[in-house]
Design a protein around this ligand. Structure first.
Ligand code: ZN
Length: 140
């Protein structure tokens, strides 16, 4: 399936060349997210200006899925408001549970590359790690 190849490429690309795997020197919020079942351990940092996420980055270690998911997430949320980021997060978590509707899938764009994870229960925690960390950070 062509679609599947495209999605694998998206994941491989974000894993090999993570654009947002950087230490933010001027972060306003940072939070560690850990997934012991796989060994994924990331620190997510955001720079907020009021309610706008003006920059973001992540550091740490983890499997390809956790790293690609964090990078894709940052791609999507930088420049958005915290409310928009939380809405994206909700859609993403719906998608991973196989419950996203068409509008949500469209909204998620590249993150749709991770939709197959819903059929791989052992990898779900890897895919949602960055998003859960984001939610925890923004709701705190
Ligand atoms: Zn993992």
């Amino acid at each position: 399936m062509e679609n599947k190849n495209f999605y694998n490429e998206v994941l491989t690309w974000h894993n090999m060349y993570p654009e947002h795997k950087v230490t933010l020197s001027d972060a306003t919020k940072s939070l560690e997210g850990v997934n012991p079942s796989c060994g994924d351990d990331i620190v997510l940092s955001l720079k907020l200006d009021g309610n706008t996420i003006v920059d973001g980055g992540f550091t740490g270690i983890g499997c390809a899925i956790s790293q690609a998911s964090a990078d894709i997430m940052l791609d999507m949320i930088i420049g958005k408001s915290t409310d928009e980021a939380l809405a994206l997060s909700k859609s993403f978590l719906n998608m991973i549970q196989g419950e996203a509707d068409e509008n949500e899938l469209e909204l998620l764009g590249e993150a749709g590359a991770l939709s197959d994870i819903s059929h791989m229960p052992s990898r779900v925690k890897c895919a949602v790690l960055a998003w859960h960390t984001l939610e925890e950070m923004l709701k705190a």
